[in-house]
Design a protein around this ligand. Structure first.
Ligand code: ADP
Ligand code: MG
Length: 362
């Protein structure tokens, strides 16, 4: 278990009156809890199951939900202790209700419901992807970080999702584009696996890419000039064919970094092109990126540089808030609470998960 951040009670005086929200996240293979007050993260605890699933090369849903059950009590306890607060101090509980793996979501939701019901607190059901694109608003005690302003174009890019949204308010937005097959993170991970790199492979491709030539292999940029949807399965096949040729020639070790750099260049180019295209088409000057793949150094650099060149402001979530965490859930939950999204009584008891993305198309 890792407490990525511990509270230190040096909050701004103005913040003391703000809502104190406990966030819970369990949509995939991270069990996480966090305490946030007024956008300031007082604690963020993440227990990752990555080692458990690594031997299978991907997340095994049943194993994931069982491990959430075992971890969640300790994770919530540690988040409260690190923040220096007790259940009695909370204003609300925010929990990821979807999208994600059903058995996994249920663990977090039921724990959140239990705490909220027992304490007479409102429960806020948060959309995991909308929470990702809220992450650039988070700060820590004593840290002032420039935040995006609405409306903004958001690229949500992770192991399970690749979408572009036009966000009009906290948790409120429409989908402008999404992947029609694999997510970008899945593409990174599958190509990495093929190249013999450990799971999850995104960060290993990122590391190798820094040592290779991004122009070494001419890989496709799928759907590049067509709309705002993404497709990554063809790129995956193209990379596989290159890798098989290298293996046949016995040059795969010598050219591994070049292939990693070329794969990363292709994925990043498409992600950046479409995000900026969406911003131009909608006449919006602020872009945001979040989700696990937003840790990618190539994506961070190219999106910031190209956005700046086009006169746009670019906000990319801090790496610690890119991959799955509960600080983003608590932060978005606090904003939704202010807008009346908290539920109590019968509505709280009946709150349910949703497994697939709620798609409100533009
Ligand atoms: P999900 O919620 O869909 O499980 P996360 O938001 O936790 O996904 O992100 C995990 C994904 O991010 C994985 O596919 C992983 O390979 C990818 N990832 C993490 N770091 C990097 C990186 N530096 N470059 C590319 N991909 C990365
Ligand atoms: Mg995620």
């Amino acid at each position: 278990m890792s407490a990525v951040l511990a509270g230190n009670n040096s909050e701004d005086v103005a913040n003391v009156a703000a809502d104190l929200v406990l966030g819970i996240e369990s949509s995939c293979d991270e069990t996480a809890a966090a305490v946030v007050r007024g956008g300031v993260v007082l604690s963020s605890v993440i227990s990752s199951q990555v080692d458990i699933h690594a031997i299978y090369g991907g997340v095994v849903p049943e194993l994931a939900s069982r491990n959430h059950l075992m971890a969640i009590r300790g994770v919530v306890g540690e988040a409260l202790t690190s923040a220096g607060v007790g259940l009695a101090d909370l204003t609300a509980v925010a929990v990821t209700a979807g999208p994600g793996l059903a058995g996994c979501l249920l663990v977090g939701l039921e724990v959140g419901k239990g705490i909220a019901y027992a304490r007479g607190l409102p429960l806020v059901c948060v959309d995991h992807i909308k929470a990702h694109v809220f992450a650039p608003f988070l700060t820590e005690p004593g840290v002032v970080r420039e935040a995006p302003t609405y409306p903004y174009i958001a690229l949500a890019v992770s192991g399970g999702h690749t979408s572009i949204f036009e966000m009009s308010g906290p948790g409120e937005g429409v989908t402008l584009g999404a992947t029609i097959d694999d997510a970008a993170g899945e593409c990174f991970d599958k190509i990495a696996k093929l190249m013999g790199l450990p799971y999850p492979g995104g960060m290993h491709i990122d590391r190798l890419a820094a040592l290779g030539n991004p122009e070494a292999f001419d890989l496709p940029r799928p759907l590049q000039n067509r709309g705002l949807d993404f497709s990554f399965s063809g790129l995956k096949t193209a990379a596989r064919l290159v890798w098989e040729r290298l293996v046949k020639d016995g040059t795969e070790q010598a050219q591994q970094a070049d292939l990693a750099a070329s794969v990363q260049a292709a994925i990043v180019e498409v992600l950046v092109d479409k995000t900026l295209k969406a911003a131009r088409e909608r006449g919006i000057k602020t872009v945001v990126a979040a989700g696990g793949v937003a840790c990618n150094r190539g994506l961070r650099r190219h999106l910031s540089e190209r956005a700046k060149r086009q006169g746009m402001r670019c906000f990319i979530a801090e790496p610690r808030y890119c991959s799955d965490n509960a600080a983003m859930v608590a932060g978005l939950g606090a904003e939704m609470l202010k807008r009346g999204s908290g539920v109590t009584g019968k509505a709280l008891v009946e709150a349910d998960i949703f497994v697939t993305q709620r798609r409100k198309r533009a």
